[in-house]
Design a protein around this ligand. Structure first.
Ligand SMILES: Cc1cc2nc3c(=O)[nH]c(=O)nc-3n(C[C@H](O)[C@H](O)[C@H](O)COP(=O)(O)O)c2cc1C
Ligand code: SF4
Length: 445
């Protein structure tokens, strides 16, 4: 089992309560950060190697340097907790179990970039978590850790206000420009980039958009120092990650482990292995938008962006979806395609029309009314969507469809030919001998 301490979800009972957070060193990292200059804080984050946890794994310290210096214009931080990608459910663990570390991370990020207003954008369906986060924020305000009073409490001139903004249940509002349009009160349509949010963000002002987990990691970096943080996990993608494991798995849940942990370790040693001891047919490593891995490919795979990129996929949100040997891949692909078609905002033609065509053709395949040529047509549509749209939802729709066809063409061909699904015994992954004695981690959230 991993000896790396949990930096985001430590096993401390009631850590969500402000007094418990305070007795465990809470808000001390903000105190430490304000003894440094803003540039020193940004540098520490750069040295840490922290990469965004929202999907694109963009270096966080570098992103913060894009914000203009000085106070001529208001600047904003938008913390992205839209978390609507199927297979992703890690940010809500932070809202529930460690909300003050997120608030403290916002204070540090705000101080580093000279921002006085931050928004936490939370997925509309997360009623419970919105309430929990609001309670934590109210408690922090009451103690004077947030808002104008913080000048007095922390003894310097800096202050920051934080607002929780509830989404309305649209996946597209997680895309950073769409999220900003939604906060501004309009329909959540993505905007063209450039200009990027650091130049033209909320209300046309410089804005940084970061994921909840990214920001919640910042106090841990200030605590142990960027250099020490950089020693955790895989060198190109440092730190601990919140891996969300779902699908045909005995112990679905969120596991905090170093980046670069073996996928098979996560599945068998932490998440309890596959239900009914079945073999694995496919794994999506980072949320439904990422290309899948076949069961026979997962041995030795390390869960970090650089390792996964070499295999033609990505870490995404580290939402691992495990599918057993009996999974009907055609139906899975159809279900994913339906989701992206439904969530397309419709602004650009390749995404709006292409997502519809992909779903239509996949339905035809599932219904036994297709030919092999339809598979090539699907790949051609996916290729024509990718890179030709305003936002990355187009890519998110194209990648899994193309990925499943390229990796499981036989399955599709069999359904086309015989009008039914077959099990493909040669491409599955069986439980490793080393995992025969399963070790469960107590108290894992
Ligand atoms: C369709 C779509 C949905 C997205 N949803 C989310 C989301 O729910 N949460 C998130 O943090 N990032 C999401 N992103 C990525 C954001 O646009 C952005 O890259 C991210 O919030 C930046 O934070 P990070 O640098 O900390 O990763 C989404 C992107 C796309 C294209
Ligand atoms: S890619 Fe899709 S979701 Fe994104 S702007 Fe275009 S139509 Fe809208």
């Amino acid at each position: 089992m991993s000896n790396t301490p949990k930096l985001l979800l430590p096993d401390i009972p009631n850590l969500h309560e402000i007094d418990v957070y305070l007795t465990n060193g809470g808000y001390e990292q903000y105190r430490k950060a304000i003894t440094m200059t803003p540039d020193q804080v940004i540098n520490e984050v750069k040295i840490s190697g922290l990469r965004g946890r929202g999907g694109a794994a963009f270096p966080t310290g570098l992103k913060w340097t894009f914000m203009p210096k000085g106070n001529e214009k208001p600047k904003y931080l938008a913390v992205n907790g839209d978390e609507s990608e199927p297979g992703s459910f890690k940010d809500r663990q932070i809202f529930e179990y460690n909300p003050h570390q997120l608030i403290e991370g916002i204070l540090i990020a705000g101080y580093a970039m000279g921002i006085n207003v931050a928004y936490i954008y939370i997925r509309g369906e997360y009623h419970k978590w919105i309430k929990l986060m609001q309670k934590a924020l109210d408690d922090a305000y009451n103690k004077g850790f947030v808002g104008q009073k913080m000048k007095e409490i922390f003894g310097n001139d800096y202050f920051l206000d934080i607002y929780i903004h509830k989404g309305a249940g649209a996946y597209i509002c997680g895309e950073e420009t769409s999220l900003m349009t939604s906060i501004e009160g309009d329909r959540g349509y993505p905007r063209y980039k450039p200009p990027f949010p650091a130049q033209y963000g909320l209300w046309g002002m410089p804005t940084t958009v970061n994921n909840v987990e990214t920001i919640a990691t910042v106090p841990a970096i200030i605590k142990i120092g960027g250099e020490n943080y950089a020693k955790i996990g895989a060198p190109g993608h440092t730190g601990t990650l919140l891996y969300g494991v779902s699908g045909h798995i005995n112990k679905p849940g969120v596991y905090e482990l170093p980046s670069g942990t073996l996928l098979t370790d996560i599945i068998y040693n932490y998440a309890g292995g596959v239900k009914k001891n079945k073999k694995i047919k496919a794994v999506i490593p980072g949320g439904s938008s990422m290309p899948p891995l076949r069961g026979d490919e997962i041995e030795g795979v390390k869960m970090d962006e650089e390792s996964l990129k070499k295999l033609g996929t990505h870490i995404g949100t580290a939402g691992i979806i495990v599918m057993d040997e009996d999974t009907d891949i055609v139906k899975v692909t159809l279900r994913i395609a339906h989701f992206y078609h439904h969530e397309s905002c419709g602004q650009c033609t390749p995404c709006r029309e292409g997502c519809g065509w992909m779903e239509k053709i996949l339905k035809r395949i599932a219904n036994g009314d297709a030919t092999s040529k339809d598979l090539d047509l699907l790949i051609s549509i996916a290729n024509n969507i990718e890179g030709n749209t305003i936002c990355a939802l187009g890519d998110a729709a194209a990648w899994p469809v193309r990925g499943f066809i390229l990796k499981f063409r036989d399955d599709f061909e069999k359904v086309i030919k015989h009008r039914r699904t077959f099990i493909s015994p040669n491409i599955v992954h069986g439980r490793r001998n080393t995992a025969s004695t399963l070790i469960y981690e107590e108290g894992t959230n």
